[in-house]
Design a protein around this ligand. Structure first.
Ligand code: GLA
Length: 714
């Protein structure tokens, strides 16, 4: 009785609260975007508007009430819900009413709006949080769900975000693929029903699709025109976007952790905080949306987003597992010849009972293989130092080969089904990061290396298997927590590393693009977009990722995957990202080595514009036989333009490419760089920004396949 009376008083206070504030209009806004909420007569919260920011504040009152903002399971809605809570009495209905809201300023300067909602039958409350980054038109949304009951409740659906749109047409662009064939862009019109983009791969969650999408509203968007919503989930695990069109042609986008096999029990008084859903809305096409993400990421999210990035030489494709100290030291000499900053030792340096001579064994045993590296990693660090390059190292600390001492000694640390035959992805299994002892082990891999060899200046952190054989020996009766607690365990490890070694750059690798998201990128300075380094494929892959991730975070390496592309074409493609090489100088002609060295020097000069400037994607490789991208320094004083003939046709007509993002009233001198063979006839000329953007330059030719040019504008 007492409990019911208390609930009634609480409910009364809630509704009085709403009434007393005279039904607030809650605005989440950036310079260009506005998300408006209203409270209905029934006390519930409605998303009244999401679109271009309205000029006149007074107009907000004309906006319709809209659709319930964060729809709950069990009530009158017939479509996808954002929240499903099974209360302790097994009743799964929740109805949320507005309680209060507050606006504060976050430590990073974003304006944080927190809206508190509560059920008046059950003590379940929800906080919707929106951090608005004014200058980049980025909104970061997350949800906190609190179990106020005296007994546990089960969360069956717990979205980070629910957004509503009411437009005439919706065109979804997804980015699907597979290993070495990542982020293929394709567009579908959304009609009645659901389109679900999701992953249940666990650790290597984005192997088939990274966790982002675009929806063009009313009409398909281009690079420079159209309204487009772009969203991504910052979660290094299973994600799900459900885009559902209802009988009124209204779209709802429900984003969050994939609820698949992830019912999550909250004990009395516990809270569940969802990952961030990050989105922008552009009224000028995909290009602006992408730049919003890039600038926001560099300033607020990407590890060392405004810092420098090192060029490197990796030994993976040069040696695979077949190396010894001498070969590695020779490759360090190549690093010196090529002029890069760092030498990166890849897979194959560890394991003694089961030396890591192939991907079949040794993973988990992080001691140097005595036969291969008798003088250990310290010797390599010393040699690198003598040669004036930095030293980096590959690890894959979340994984284990069944043929390893780690597996033999700690089977209880391995995610595996105790009563079934194991099956393997790349001959390995995933360690159970929900277990704090495993977290200590994974942290220990990095900690041991950096304690023994403080000279290590870079890590490549790999993750080559999805979570397979799904059963946690640690979680016992709470198996459906594994996918979530795995990721939380990973963040605990990464937090410890960041706290103890705040300045060590790390590459997020997962057999290529298997794991990329904006939560992981708080800890990683860059990611490995694909094992496919064929420069033609890379034009597409780098284009795909640049819809959400800045090129500063995209590693782009020159290798021998080349499909007939010469060294210039390969260096030019790699110069559009965070450049590295994975090649042996002995496989190249001296003239090619010299070219690479000069191109690395040119890259060092252009790096501030490419990595920290604004990216304008001028001609998409998806649209024909050529591609072009340019980068402009924030003050518009400098720019770098890349142009590629990929598959020019005989006697094909080509047209001038109009540049973007320049100052129309400035004069720019065109200077071609990375020269090898043909150069543009207009090399050395000076043009106004207006001319370059209105008339353009003849960047393409129909003479022969696979040619490339890089020009600097000053
Ligand atoms: C993954 C990575 C590669 C390389 C190998 C080593 O496939 O993507 O770059 O590091 O692992 O086994």
């Amino acid at each position: 009785m007492k409990k019911i009376a208390l609930l009634l008083v609480a409910a009364l206070l809630c509704s009085l609260g709403a009434a007393a504030q005279d039904k607030p209009i809650i605005k989440v806004e950036t310079q260009g975007v506005q998300l408006v909420f209203k409270v209905g007569d029934n006390g519930r919260l409605y998303q009244s508007y999401l679109g271009k920011r309205l000029t006149h504040e007074a107009d907000l009152k004309h906006l319709p009430k809209g659709t319930e903002a964060y729809i709950t399971h069990g009530m009158e809605d017939y479509f996808e819900s954002a929240l499903e809570v099974e209360h302790s009495d097994h009743n799964s209905s929740t109805e949320l009413k507005y309680v209060s809201h507050e606006v504060t300023t976050q430590a990073d300067g974003a304006t944080l709006t927190t809206i508190t909602l509560a059920d008046d039958v059950y003590p379940t409350s929800v906080k919707l949080r929106f951090a608005a980054y004014a200058d980049q038109d980025i909104i970061v949304e997350s949800t906190e769900i609190t179990n106020g009951e005296k007994k546990p409740v089960v969360l069956r659906q717990y979205a980070s975000s629910m957004l509503h749109m009411r437009r005439s047409h919706y065109y979804l662009t997804e980015y699907s693929g597979d290993w070495a064939n990542e982020v293929n862009m394709s567009q579908t019109e959304l009609n009645f029903g659901k389109k679900v983009l999701d992953s249940k791969l666990g650790s290597r969650a984005s192997m088939f699709m990274p966790s982002f999408f675009q929806v063009a509203l009313d009409a398909p968007a281009t690079e420079t025109t159209g309204d487009v919503l772009v969203g991504t989930l910052a979660w290094t695990g299973n994600y799900r976007f459900c885009l559902e069109v209802d009988q009124h042609n209204a779209l709802r986008v429900v984003s969050g952790i994939n609820p698949y096999f992830s019912a999550y029990t909250l004990k009395a008084g516990e809270k569940f905080t969802t990952p961030d859903f990050i989105f922008t809305l552009s009224d000028a096409g995909r290009g602006k949306a992408a730049r919003n993400f890039h600038t926001w990421a560099r300033n607020y999210r990407l590890k060392d987003g405004n810092g420098n990035r090192m060029t490197l030489l990796n030994n993976w494709e040069a040696t695979y597992f077949d190396f010894n100290e001498e070969k590695l030291v020779n490759l360090m000499d190549d690093a010196v010849k090529l002029g890069v900053d760092l030498f990166l030792l890849d897979d194959g340096w560890f394991g003694n009972k089961y030396p890591r001579s192939s991907d079949h064994q040794g993973l988990g045993d992080w001691q140097e293989t005595e036969g291969k590296l008798p003088h250990k990693v310290g010797y390599l660090c010393q040699k690198a130092k003598e040669k004036g390059v930095k030293f980096g190292i590959w690890i894959e600390p979340e994984m284990v080969n069944p043929k390893s001492e780690l597996y033999e000694n700690h089977k209880d640390w391995v995610i595996h089904l105790p009563n079934r035959k194991e099956y393997y992805f790349r001959n390995q299994l995933v360690l159970d990061l929900s277990n704090p002892k495993v977290q200590d082990h994974v942290f220990g891999v990095v900690d041991r290396l950096l304690t023994d060899y403080p000279e290590i200046a870079f890590f490549k952190w790999d993750c080559n298997s999805p979570i397979t054989n799904i059963y946690s020996p640690y979680l016992k009766e709470q198996q459906t927590h594994l996918y979530v607690d795995y990721v939380r365990g990973l963040y605990k490890v990464l937090d410890r590393i960041k706290a103890k070694y705040p300045n060590v750059p790390m590459m997020l690798c997962s057999g290529g693009s298997g794991r990329i998201d904006y939560e992981a990128l708080r800890y990683f300075t860059e990611f490995w977009p694909s094992d496919n380094t064929d420069p033609v494929e890379r034009l597409y892959i780098q284009w795909g990722y640049s819809n959400v991730y800045p090129v500063k975070a995209q590693c782009a390496h020159v290798t021998t995957w080349n499909r007939g592309a010469d060294i210039k074409f390969r260096m030019d493609v790699a110069s559009m990202g965070k450049m590295g090489l994975d090649i042996k100088c002995t496989d190249m002609k001296p003239e090619e080595v010299e070219f690479c060295h000069d191109a690395v020097m040119n890259y060092n000069r252009m790096k501030p514009v490419i990595l920290d400037g604004d990216q304008y994607r001028l001609v998409s490789p998806y649209e024909g036989n050529h591609a072009s991208t340019m980068f402009v320094s924030p003050d518009k004083a400098k720019a770098v333009v890349f142009a590629f003939d990929v598959n020019p046709r005989y006697a094909e007509r080509t047209y001038p490419v109009k540049l973007q993002g320049l100052d129309p009233n400035r004069e720019y001198r065109v200077k071609e760089t990375n020269l090898r063979g043909d150069k543009y006839w207009f090399n050395g000329r000076t043009y106004s920004g207006d001319y370059l953007m209105t008339v353009g330059l003849e960047l393409f030719s129909n003479r022969r396949g696979l040619t490339s040019h890089v020009i600097e504008l000053e």
